[in-house]
Design a binder for this molecule. Structure first.
Ligand SMILES: NC(=O)c1ccc[n+]([C@@H]2O[C@H](COP(=O)([O-])OP(=O)(O)OC[C@H]3O[C@@H](n4cnc5c(N)ncnc54)[C@H](OP(=O)(O)O)[C@@H]3O)[C@@H](O)[C@H]2O)c1
Length: 333
């Protein structure tokens, strides 16, 4: 009997040891490359729109930009939650230029309503931060527009929003579009631009739909930058790194995500650290003229041939136009 306990204790010790080594290795790797935004740029007089600012990275970006004096519009789906966060930001920064507006990026009707009201009420948009995001649900889910939920939330909603607001962004130049993607855009087995809504292939799971949507974020950035050539609008994509936020435990039933969440909790960046590359692309003077790049840790980072494929970027753009039913008056490139 005592023998069994010693073996179990030994196995437990080995597992704890391995977990410790994994955490230390991951932490070392993350902090080795980490760089923070060292720009002290003021954002006084600038109007900034951040999608998904009610939690995590978006909240931290909204707080930082409010601290720099920007007027910050937090475009969020849960008004009660977002209003509490806005109040917190107003208190901690002393800024009264923070406001919440309703936007559900997974609903094209909500995006159109929000964007058209924005155009009516605002005279400029200096920085558009496309941040809202989810990891897909455990089973294939379609929205009211018949879009796959993850693709709708992470890509289609931002695609449509940017198109509708693009003329205002151009008129406000020098201006910027910052697209929050993920390094996961590099792991996209089975990506098919003719099947962005996952109607033809089997739904392998939330990981795949998330990665496909994050590839679309990068390809969208590339194609938009191409259309913005000759303008004074900077447009770049980024990965914030592994950051312990609500994204890991919002979706019940996705066990693997919660396990990754535990690892990220011990080894990942803090939210303030994770927000640095987003803030950098929104404010740093040296990024005013960069276009179509992918960033990690506040510097340009190489990516895959697939994410650099301009033919694929054009195809995804055209398919997205079709799927969100982009209208003539919403096209400004
Ligand atoms: N955390 C990481 O390790 C990591 C790594 C790579 C990339 N990213 C990217 O970073 C971005 C921010 O994620 P996070 O980690 O900060 O996650 P988070 O804490 O869960 O925050 C996500 C934000 O997006 C909002 N949101 C989700 N669905 C929305 C919808 N349909 N309409 C409007 N807003 C919506 C959420 O609103 P509610 O508060 O109402 O839920 C929340 O404000 C995402 O694009 C994610 O893909 C994160």
């Amino acid at each position: 009997m005592a023998g069994i306990w010693s073996v179990l204790l030994y196995v437990f010790g080995v597992l704890v040891g391995l977990f410790g080594i994994l955490i230390i290795t991951a932490r070392t790797y993350i902090y080795w490359g980490f760089r923070e935004c060292n720009s002290k740029a003021s954002m006084k007089g600038k109007v900034v729109l951040v999608t998904g600012a009610s939690a995590g990275l978006g909240k931290e970006v909204a707080r930082d930009l409010a601290q720099r004096g920007a007027r910050v519009i937090m475009a969020c789906r849960n008004l009660a939650k977002a209003n509490k966060v806005a109040e917190e930001i107003r208190k901690s920064t002393g800024s009264d230029l923070v406001e919440v507006q309703l936007l559900d990026t997974s609903s094209m009707a909500s995006v159109r309503k929000f964007a058209n009201s924005f155009l009516k009420n605002e005279t400029r948009l200096d920085v558009l931060v496309l941040n809202a995001g989810i990891v897909g649900p455990a089973s294939l889910t379609y929205t009211e527009d018949d879009h796959e939920l993850t693709m709708a939330t992470n890509h289609f909603g931002h695609f449509l929003l940017t198109n509708i607001l693009l003329d205002l962004v151009k008129r406000s130049s020098p201006s910027r579009v910052v697209v929050v993607s993920s390094r996961n855009h590099q792991y996209t087995n089975g990506f098919d631009p003719d099947d962005l809504d996952n109607k033809k292939r089997p739904y392998i799971g939330s990981y795949q739909s998330y990665n496909h949507s994050k590839l679309c974020n990068v390809l969208f950035t590339k194609q938009l930058s191409h259309y913005l050539e000759g303008t004074d609008v900077a447009c770049n994509a980024l990965c914030p790194g592994s950051v312990m936020t609500e994204i890991f435990y919002k979706l019940p039933g996705v066990l693997w995500l919660q396990i990754i969440g535990v690892i990220v909790y011990f080894s990942g960046k803090t939210i303030a650290e994770g927000a640095q590359t987003i803030i950098h692309l929104a404010v740093a003077e040296e990024e005013a003229n960069t276009r179509g790049e992918y960033y990690e840790n506040c510097r340009v980072c190489p990516t895959t041939d697939q994410a650099n494929d301009m033919g694929l970027a054009k195809k995804v753009w055209e398919k997205s136009e079709e799927l969100v039913d982009l209208r003539a008056e919403e096209r400004h490139y």
